[in-house]
Design a protein around this ligand. Structure first.
Ligand SMILES: Cc1cc2nc3c(=O)[nH]c(=O)nc-3n(C[C@H](O)[C@H](O)[C@H](O)COP(=O)(O)OP(=O)(O)OC[C@H]3O[C@@H](n4cnc5c(N)ncnc54)[C@H](O)[C@@H]3O)c2cc1C
Length: 543
């Protein structure tokens, strides 16, 4: 088992030692009581079932001799490769429920061993679930139905493939193995003065292959927002051969092989490496935050900046509740702006963006400028960054108090935002109050485009003991129904997986889906690759 495994929580996001302790959780309970207007003392911290006492489904398979050197049926290793990090995943892990554990975990050391796993699976009918960092929040790594429908399920952990293999400093691209976690690939690129500059909130525990497989969103708020924009070429081991696209800055040669690999969620094969576009590490940074009394004015400012051609690296709009909960500002909307460059000082860009924001009615303190790698921040922008990094540890802390807290995200055109915001927040607040007796929801923009924002919602509600999973599912349904009805997408960057498939079905064109299912059948005729994600089940999927 890799060393990092022992330091990671077996059920919650991130490092075990970073989970808030009992005192911190009691404080959190008091804050949530005040926020939700429920009596203090109702939320008592409980402890997770330790892994040694957890119920881990027994393995049904011994490592096949050809794979034995890098495959294990060890209980703890399997339990740690059972779920992603959605609320429901953490809930089951907290209660020691690992009924969906895979039978085997394979950790290939090279591409030939990846091929070996696929050959064995094709011959035996076993299911293969590619495993990057296991941070999926859409059921992407849980082999639902595998115990009933396949003789074995193997989690294929890419973690041993974590090298930056080549750096092309002329074209500014790097060939990187798919299992590299964010910090590992950045460390290796830093030796060349370069960065992928792709920072999803899950950066520390997610992988390049996972980002490509899910079309992840990093934290450039404009410009190259998705990993799609950074992928130059991709290499995928499929059950029917290797899929290697050519390194090109762009190509108009028909539908793009990279585009089909992007977002394939392990259903077509295993991404083993990719050429990605890298940039010099930024030298100049500028940051500022602008307050608005009204959301509509703040949205106008964000839209005008998104349409200005300034392309800020950061352009996050927090509604008043989001700013208050994160202790960024009290009862005001806040637009956090950031620019960065390795090439030039940024005053003109920042000054122009602030002029646009003032024109929409915003007020701000002087912007901060840093060079030579110093981090712009402090003030509201700095407080926002700290809240953003600590955020993922709050969800499991709240879960341990019997509080449901979760996030969902979408994108819509600017003309629809006002009604989407009203309808979605209204539907979730109503569902939370009906189901749980209280509830709150807040919103921020994670990304902005010239034609629309990507709103990201956080909701919180006190669960009723014994009904938590059902309540979470109903809240998720209320949110997803409202997003689709309001003209948004079911996901801007969290992917489809298994959880979002019923709503993705409502937005995808049917002929397109038939083509996708036919592609799956051609590439993976025995249906061994992560069956169920994207609603694709293999040879029988063309429906
Ligand atoms: C706290 C938190 C914050 C998050 N923040 C963001 C965010 O800011 N932006 C964002 O986009 N997402 C975010 N996510 C979601 C998640 O981190 C992303 O979907 C991420 O891209 C998953 O990467 P991973 O390496 O963990 O993949 P996994 O969770 O291991 O896998 C995800 C899917 O990709 C497939 N897969 C993984 N590796 C490969 C491979 N090499 N070849 C083929 N298929 C593969 C899996 O089978 C699965 O279907 C967040 C999640 C959490 C828990």
């Amino acid at each position: 088992m890799p060393d990092d495994d022992r330091q990671r929580s077996h059920w919650a996001w991130g490092w075990a030692h970073k989970l808030p302790d009992e005192n911190a959780r009691r404080l959190l309970a008091a804050q949530v009581s005040a926020l939700l207007g429920v009596p203090p003392g109702g939320f008592a911290p409980r402890e997770a079932v330790p892994l040694a006492a957890a119920r881990i489904a027994p393995s049904r398979a011994a490592p096949p001799p050809a794979l034995a050197a890098f495959t294990t049926a060890d209980d703890e290793t399997r339990a740690r490769r059972t779920y992603g990090r959605a609320w429901r995943d953490q809930w089951r892990g907290f209660h020691g429920d690992f009924a969906a554990a895979p039978d085997l975990v394979a950790r290939p050391r090279d591409e030939r061993e990846v091929e070996g796993v696929l050959e064995w699976a094709a011959a035996s009918g076993a299911w293969v679930v590619p495993w990057g960092g296991g941070t999926s929040v859409v059921g992407g790594v849980e082999a639902v139905g595998g115990r009933e429908r396949a003789p074995a399920v193997v989690a294929l952990d890419l973690g041993a493939l974590e090298q930056v293999l080549e750096v092309d400093t002329v074209s500014r691209a790097a060939r990187i193995q798919a299992g590299a976690l964010g910090p590992a690939l950045e460390r290796q690129l830093a030796a060349h003065g370069l960065t992928l500059r792709f920072f999803p909130q899950s950066f520390e525990h997610s992988t390049l292959g996972g980002w490509i497989a899910t079309r992840a969103g990093g934290h450039y708020a404009t410009g190259p927002t998705h990993i799609d924009d950074l992928v130059e070429a991709v290499r995928l081991v499929t059950p029917t051969g290797v899929w290697q696209s050519r390194r090109l800055p762009a190509s108009g040669a028909g539908p793009s092989p990279d585009r089909l690999a992007l977002g394939s969620e392990g259903a077509f094969g295993v991404i083993t490496e990719a050429w990605v576009r890298v940039v010099p590490r930024p030298r100049w940074r500028a940051s500022a935050s602008v307050r608005f009394a009204e959301l509509a004015a703040a949205v106008d400012a964000a839209r005008a900046i998104a349409q200005s051609g300034l392309w800020p690296a950061n352009c996050r709009l927090l509604d008043a509740r989001e700013a208050t909960i994160n202790m960024v500002a009290q009862n005001a909307c806040v637009l956090v702006l950031g620019f960065e460059s390795a090439d030039h000082a940024l005053e003109p860009w920042m000054e122009r963006a602030l002029a646009i924001a003032r024109g929409a009615g915003g007020e701000h303190a002087p912007p901060q400028y840093r060079d030579e790698g110093g981090r712009a921040g402090g003030g509201e922008a700095g407080r926002w960054r700290e809240a953003f990094l600590a955020g993922p540890y709050l969800q499991p802390a709240l879960l341990s108090l019997g509080i449901i807290a979760d996030t969902f995200e979408t994108a819509c055109t600017w003309d629809r935002f006002e009604s989407l915001y009203r309808d979605v927040t209204g539907a979730v607040r109503e569902a939370a109050r009906r189901l749980c007796g209280a509830g709150e929801i807040s919103c921020r923009f994670t990304h902005v485009y010239s034609d629309g924002p990507a709103p990201y919602f956080t909701f919180i509600a006190p669960a009723r003991a014994g009904e938590e999973e059902r309540q979470w599912a109903e809240l998720k349904r209320a949110a997803s129904d409202a997003v689709i009805a309001a003209g948004g997408t079911i996901t801007h960057h969290h992917a489809v997986g298994r959880t979002h498939e019923p709503w993705w079905r409502k937005e995808r064109p049917e002929p397109f889906y038939r083509a996708l299912a036919a592609a799956k059948a051609a590439i993976d005729p025995k249906g061994i690759m992560n069956p169920g994600v994207l609603g694709l089940t293999g040879g029988d999927a063309a429906r």
